[in-house]
Design a protein around this ligand. Structure first.
Ligand code: ZN
Length: 293
């Protein structure tokens, strides 16, 4: 029986899942992300006796995803300094003696939604997570987009809202980028209150929708995805979807003459169909690809 090991590697926790051949989770463990010298061996130990045939990793980044590069599968310039240059894929697949594939956490989730979720049957989609950080994964013509490095949706530059009291945002690298303006920590810093408890009628939600809509409008113009899937903790505030759709339509100004855009986008800007399973399912799909290769 085939089993896949799936790793969701995050800055605060590592979610490890054993999936069956049908990609459904069988067993799961969550470890805190500590020093790699401590966390990596614990991750390997979890999978050691699980009989997995391949490993898939959806990881925080940035990552080296060029298979020809000597450091393929390594985490590169992350602000989590202890994890910089850590060859997470090679360390795990060597120790477990299985094939493996790695991609960004958001590319893994995009792949899952593309194969099995909200974008099933289409040729392209964009998956964006809006939480502690913001990242976007892209499937184009059935392929995950890598290119030079991989897309970094969280750091696209936006136009500040005139009523934003913190128009530079909180990103240490850029003024006014999406993650710096619209991540959960950005909202909390701006309003002195967590997005979880910020009242529904607070202007912060209008500003949040404005920034997410700017991103969606940019994505429509740059990538022309057939579906935009918005996940992550901040999107648990489900009233954001209607606000983002309406504002995206306004920003596009009727220029994109496609009925998916012009009909209110209820079926175009959507939550993940796989919900919180998108990450683990995506990593299991990467494992399946590694096994087939
Ligand atoms: Zn930035």
């Amino acid at each position: 029986m085939i089993r896949y090991g799936a790793v969701e590697a995050g800055g605060t926790k590592m979610v490890l899942t054993v999936c069956g051949e049908d990609l459904k989770p069988l067993e799961k463990a969550v470890l805190p992300t500590e020093e790699p010298g401590r966390t990596l061996p614990a991750m390997i130990d979890f999978f050691r006796d699980k009989g997995i045939s391949a490993l898939g990793i959806g990881s925080f980044g940035p990552l080296q995803l060029n298979p020809a590069a000597p450091d393929y599968g390594s985490i590169t310039s992350t602000p989590k300094l202890a994890w910089r240059s850590v060859p997470i894929l090679k360390a795990m697949t060597d120790a477990l003696n299985v094939p493996g594939e790695i991609d960004t956490d958001v590319n893994a989730a995009a792949l899952a939604e593309f194969e099995l979720g909200a974008a099933k049957g289409l040729r392209s989609c964009l998956y964006v997570t809006v939480g502690t950080g913001i990242g976007g994964g892209v499937v184009c013509e059935g392929q995950l987009v890598h290119g030079l490095l991989h897309p970094e949706f969280g750091h696209m530059l936006l136009r500040p809202d005139p009523a934003d009291p913190m128009p530079d945002g909180v990103c240490p690298y850029h003024k006014g980028c999406l993650e710096g303006l619209a991540s959960g920590p950005a909202m909390e810093k701006r309003w002195g209150e967590s997005a979880k408890t910020l009242p529904e009628n607070h202007d912060g939600w209008r500003i949040e929708a404005e920034y997410l809509a700017q991103m969606c409008a940019n994505a429509v113009c740059c990538l022309s995805p057939e579906k935009i899937i918005l996940g992550g903790g901040v999107m648990h505030r489900t009233s954001l979807f209607a606000r983002v759709r309406e504002r995206t339509g306004a920003l596009l100004g009727g220029y994109i003459q496609n009925e998916r855009i012009l009909n209110g986008m209820e079926d175009y800007i959507v939550p993940p169909a796989l919900g919180d399973l998108a990450g683990a399912t995506g990593a299991a799909l990467l494992a399946r690809r590694a096994l087939k290769a």
